[in-house]
Design a protein around this ligand. Structure first.
Ligand SMILES: [Zn+2]
Length: 135
């Protein structure tokens, strides 16, 4: 399925930093507890660092203590794309930006977190840009 935002690989490589490229375009994972938004509590909207699509809001961010920013719901159901991921000998659900197909992280459910959805969207900080709410 084509995405609304499609760019040749060399263009992504030029526009993103090497570490952004590794996560967003090659599905790498940033080391736990290193991302800039892991413990961020600021109010605002998190958008895709590759294409700017609005993906998550601070209102659904919760403290999962897993080392990555965690949300219990995307901003809009259609904002993200879920794809089965069988890499690394596991079956997981990959979360991608629905607009440009960039890798964001994975979603897990049934872990027992006290959230309305019992889902944890475990997202790399480096895949996101926080636009703080206007005071
Ligand atoms: Zn995107």
């Amino acid at each position: 399925m084509p995405y609304d935002v499609e760019k040749p690989d060399e263009q992504w490589r030029a526009e993103l930093s090497p570490s952004e490229y590794a996560v967003l375009r090659q599905a790498a994972t940033e080391p736990a507890f290193t991302g800039e938004y892991t413990d961020t509590k600021a109010e605002g909207v998190y958008s895709c660092r590759a294409c700017g699509a609005e993906l998550f809001t601070s209102t659904t961010k919760f403290e999962s203590h897993c080392g990555w920013p965690s949300f219990y719901d995307p901003k809009d159901t259609g904002a993200v794309e879920l794809v089965e991921d069988r890499s690394h000998g596991m079956v997981r659900t990959e979360v991608r930006c629905a607009r440009c197909g960039s890798h964001l992280g994975h979603v897990f459910e049934g872990e027992g977190y006290a959230t309305p959805t019992d889902q944890r969207y475990c997202i790399n900080s480096i895949s996101l840009t926080l636009r703080p709410a206007e005071g």
